[in-house]
Design a protein around this ligand. Structure first.
Ligand code: GLN
Length: 505
């Protein structure tokens, strides 16, 4: 077994695959404690510019690693679960006992998790080593991580650009090779869009596949947790660890599939849907469109059949989302009242004044915008005009997808209309909302969607992801297509500046 110092000289563990790490543990090339120490040791410098991490969890990591090393020494490594020895980090809206769970908000700056979210717990039970908590847009409202109260995360491919959001820290940590696996959450695109901007794999599973227990709620009928990784296999292995029924989330479902099972099957005979209206959408940049067409052609060349499908109501998805999302957020965020939870502005004699001041100071602009919008939309007289029709649109969009899946096994679309934008470039909230024009309808319908990196855009030279959308509870379909694309494009690389250790120069 090597010392930690030697281990640090090995290829950084954050740049290795799950299987490479597990091979090293098995052959005793390094120990789990080496993995934990070396991963943690790199973060202060390697993350200084990127700012993916809000907190690192040294003691939790070393304790978990020591338990793994004991198991390896006793010949029990195979019993440890699919993530044994793998460094993993979590979006900061996921509770983990002994850490702060801030949602990147001043409101929860000092909130210490009293319990652990099921998704986090399952990665730890599967042998993962918890490395820390990751930056995000405040309460997951946003598409750039610029709304974090603790400063933005930067895109490891270009530090002048955003990593996407709201799970920007989760995407950037993987793209920068700090950890091989992270978890994020996605209410309207918050896993897929940052995965696309940072050039990594990001999966939003079907609603109900992963428990939401212990994940701070944004839109309870839309939120879903999923993994980021550089390879499809690593993402699928993580899905195996986190998926399935949890008694603590009544919307979670029994899931028995092995997400790695069909990755080698290739796509011959699969029917892949193309949505012509999406390909002609206003705002879709030529380089992203070209990448989707290229990916489609490559899948066709491998034996898939391309089929045009219509999602006629998807154009109303954005409008429906910005009714349903704020309504749910308004209700969910009511608990941060400075008494039960959250920042308390001191010195008020009157409780109403305390609520008002604490919420005005604790919440940032975008959070306040969503709360005010939700409060208005749910008020008497207004509810029937917006909320009820939005629910009807939801049914129509769900039916569109069901009809499309009579003809295809998976749908291929852009993730985001463009590649990563510069800080401050999109100042107007409604323009920012358009980042999710291709991702939102999937949360509305509840089926699974993922972003798969397909190389760099011809015009900007920045990562582009394509979106694969599967029928509800057939998430394996999109993973199978993703694996075929990975054969074509290769496993996603670590962002070049991070890989060479030159980030920030
Ligand atoms: N960008 C979208 C929003 O701001 C989606 C966010 C998310 O998926 N959490 O609401």
């Amino acid at each position: 077994m090597t010392s930690a110092a030697n281990a640090a000289q090995l290829a950084p563990f954050g740049q290795m695959s799950v299987k490479q790490i597990q091979h090293g543990l098995r052959t005793k090339e390094f120990s789990a404690v080496d993995v934990a120490r070396a991963t943690l040791a790199r973060i202060p410098e390697a993350d200084e510019q990127v700012h993916a991490f809000l907190e690192t969890t040294e003691q939790l990591a070393l304790d978990a690693a020591a338990r793994i090393d004991d198991a390896v020494a006793e010949g029990r490594m195979n019993e440890m679960g699919p993530l044994v020895g793998v460094p993993i980090a979590f979006k900061d809206n996921m509770n983990l006992t002994g850490t702060r769970t801030t949602c990147s908000s001043k409101m929860l700056e000092n909130y210490v998790s009293p319990y652990t979210a099921t998704c986090v717990e399952r990665t730890l039970r599967a042998g993962g080593i918890p490395i820390g908590k990751l930056n995000m847009d405040e309460f997951a409202f946003g598409s750039s991580t610029e709304t974090s109260a603790f400063g933005p995360t930067r895109n490891p491919w270009d530090l002048g650009r955003v990593p996407g959001g709201s799970s920007g820290g989760s995407a950037a940590a993987v793209a920068a090779g700090l950890v091989p696996i992270t978890l994020g959450s996605d209410t309207g695109g918050s896993i897929r869009q940052p995965a696309s901007f940072c050039g990594v794999v990001g999966i939003k599973p079907t609603y109900g596949v992963v428990s939401r227990y212990g994940v701070v709620a944004f839109g309870s009928s839309l939120d879903q947790v999923g993994p980021f990784a550089r390879s499809v296999e690593d993402a699928a292995i993580t899905m195996n660890a986190i998926a399935g029924r949890d008694e603590l989330d009544c919307t979670s479902q029994e899931v028995t599939v092995d997400f790695t099972a069909n990755l080698a099957e290739d796509v011959a005979g699969m029917r892949i849907g193309i949505v012509p209206a999406f390909m002609e959408a206003e705002g879709l940049t030529p380089e992203v469109k070209a990448k989707v067409e290229e990916a489609a052609a490559k899948l066709e060349a491998r034996g898939a059949q391309l089929v045009e499908v219509e999602l006629p109501n998807a154009k109303a998805a954005m409008s429906a989302y910005y009714v349903l999302g704020p309504c749910e957020a308004f209700s969910n965020l009511a608990r941060f009242d400075s008494v039960r939870y959250g920042y308390c502005d001191p010195g008020h004699k009157d409780l109403g004044a305390q609520y008002e001041a604490s919420r005005a100071i604790g919440f940032g602009d975008e959070a306040r915008r969503r709360i005010m919008l939700g409060s208005y939309l749910l008020s008497a007289g207004v509810y029937d005009t917006y909320y009820y029709p939005a629910q009807q649109v939801r049914t129509l969009i769900t039916q569109d997808y069901l009809r499309a899946y009579e003809k295809v096994d998976c749908i291929l679309t852009p993730v985001s209309p463009r590649t990563a934008f510069e800080f401050g470039e999109i100042a107007d909230p409604t323009s920012m909302y358009l980042s999710d024009m291709f991702t939102i309808s999937i949360n509305i319908a509840g089926n699974g969607g993922m972003s798969m990196p397909v190389g760099l855009g011809a015009d900007t030279g920045l990562p582009v992801g394509v979106q694969l959308i599967a029928p509800a509870f057939h998430d394996s379909n999109m993973l199978r297509v993703a694996a075929a694309l990975e054969v074509e494009y290769g496993v996603a690389p670590v962002a070049p500046a991070s890989a060479s250790g030159k980030a920030g120069e």
